[in-house]
Design a protein around this ligand. Structure first.
Ligand SMILES: C[S@@+](CC[C@H](N)C(=O)[O-])C[C@H]1O[C@@H](n2cnc3c(N)ncnc32)[C@H](O)[C@@H]1O
Ligand code: SF4
Length: 458
């Protein structure tokens, strides 16, 4: 079927994004640091055995108006030093509760702009991690970088510290659009940046693009995609700009009249999809693309794709996530725990107790089953009830009962050629992945009837 804006509009209703199940909006403030310690200890006896570490750096030298990340303008070196000391202390506190026979398979640095801080601090934190934990044979050590603050020496230094994956925030190649969002262009030509990372044996090199920003047109967005393809990165992400000026004050500084409306954004999404898939990139999620040789594309083929708050990963390398720094979310087998978002509140809590949990959620056994099913639909477009049952220690029928699965509700998707049932398992096809959130909702018995607090599904 040819996916058209009209088709997508048919399915475009409100629903959870399912970046986690239950969604972060369900986290409650009764979950505190006292609840986190037993959850940490409990995580030692659950799968995945591997450890994923997330380090959040909430500083940027300049704030882009469109940004929805938890970050703030860099003010003083003393404040950054104080923050780094807190992250070091938090790692010491959490590490006491982790079984040291478990290995680290992933480290992800996000923000904010991790590459805008003193690289000695980055090294200090990596050494702290190394002092507590050992690594698997081929760990993924990733960092999100703004190319505005990357020199050739910086790239070499990141490699020396141990990084082997990078995600570069491009957003748009056009200087006028960058001006309108208060963003600096890349310090070096992007092809040189990519080449230098490759020389240092980085894999999974990713470029982030955003559509829906001020002054962008369908044509200019196409040109962005074409430029990105010409650079031949391993992965390209096309984020839909999330405009929520009532949450992010800075977004009010942009001229709304120059931004694409929902219909044009759908056209941009489809144009990006077509250009990328016609150029040999494979669709990983609706807005994530990877070369067929990339680990994520291989994992997608093998139905081993997984997702956490840091993005897509593979079931082989993924671990339970232990997050450090303000706003970081730990994702353990049965628990989510989020740190305080406010920088000062985070630092005060860490200085006092070594932990800074603000809110969280303990999943019931049933919710763990639902989460596994929804993750599989969202990432791999498949529900193998028996296989999931094995993972959560129950049988296929229990999985159906717990998720409230009703084949009749899948029927319209089957009739539209988006999904099929083979050997009692549900398979979502490539077109169906455009509306995968709608299909995931069929397995969510707790979905609140009033879904007005959620965004549109497409
Ligand atoms: C932490 S930033 C990346 C690293 C670095 N700070 C940079 O800007 O290059 C993560 C990514 O989130 C995306 N992003 C940020 N705000 C967004 C928004 N409001 N809507 C959609 N995507 C957004 C951007 O593509 C950005 O590259
Ligand atoms: S997009 Fe990146 S550089 Fe810009 S404010 Fe957000 S985190 Fe900072």
């Amino acid at each position: 079927m040819k996916i058209t804006p009209e088709f997508l509009n048919k399915y475009n209703k409100t629903g959870p994004r399912y970046t986690s199940y239950p969604p972060a909006t369900s986290f409650t403030q009764d979950f505190k640091s006292e609840n986190f310690v037993p959850a940490l200890i409990n995580s030692n006896s659950h799968q995945p055995e591997n450890i994923s570490i997330y380090i959040h750096i909430p500083f940027c030298p300049q704030l882009c108006y469109f940004c929805g990340c938890n970050t703030q303008k860099f003010e003083s070196a003393a404040k950054v030093r104080r923050y780094i000391d807190c992250v070091l202390k938090e790692i010491d506190t959490v590490a006491q509760h982790i079984d040291k026979s478990r290995k680290v398979s992933q480290v992800h640095w996000g923000g904010g702009t991790p590459n805008s801080i003193n690289f000695d601090y980055i090294q200090e934190i990596m050494e702290k991690i190394g002092s507590h934990f050992s690594y698997t044979q081929n760990p993924e050590i990733a960092i999100e970088c703004s190319p505005a603050y990357l020199s050739v020496e910086d790239i070499d230094r990141l490699a020396t510290i141990g990084f082997n994956r990078v995600s570069l925030g491009i957003q748009d190649f056009n200087d006028e659009v960058l001006n309108a969002i208060n963003r600096r262009p890349s310090k070096l030509p992007i092809d040189q940046v990519i080449e230098r990372f490759r020389l240092n044996h980085f894999k999974g090199i990713n470029l982030d693009l955003v559509y829906g920003l001020p002054l962008q047109t369908l044509e200019s967005f196409r040109q962005n995609i074409e430029k990105a393809i010409a650079l031949s990165p391993d992965r390209i992400v096309t984020f839909s700009y999330a405009h929520v000026p009532w949450v992010n004050e800075n977004q009010k500084k942009m001229d709304e009249s120059t931004m694409a409306g929902p219909d044009l954004k759908l056209q941009m999404l489809l144009a990006g999809f077509e250009l990328l898939t016609n150029s040999g990139y494979e669709s990983i999620g609706m807005d994530h693309f990877a070369k067929p040789t990339d680990d994520l594309a291989i994992a997608k083929h093998n139905k081993k794709l997984h997702r956490n708050f840091q993005g897509y990963c593979t079931r082989e390398t993924t671990g339970q996530v232990y997050a450090f720094g303000s706003s970081g979310i730990s994702q353990l087998w049965g628990t989510y725990a989020q740190n305080k978002k406010n920088l000062f509140h985070y630092m005060e809590a860490i200085e006092e107790t070594g932990l800074a949990i603000d809110r969280g959620y303990s999943l019931s056994k049933e919710e763990i089953v639902i989460r596994e099913v929804i993750d599989e639909v969202m990432c791999n477009g498949i529900v193998d009830f028996t296989e999931i049952g094995k993972r959560v220690k129950c049988n296929a029928d229990d999985v159906k009962i717990i998720t409230g699965f009703d084949g009749n509700k899948l029927q319209p998707f089957i009739e539209d050629g988006l999904a099929e049932v083979i050997n009692d398992n549900v398979h979502v096809n490539a077109d169906g992945m455009f509306v995968v959130r709608n299909i995931a909702m069929l397995f969510d018995p707790n979905l609140v009837k009033s879904t007005s607090k959620f965004s549109k599904t497409v």
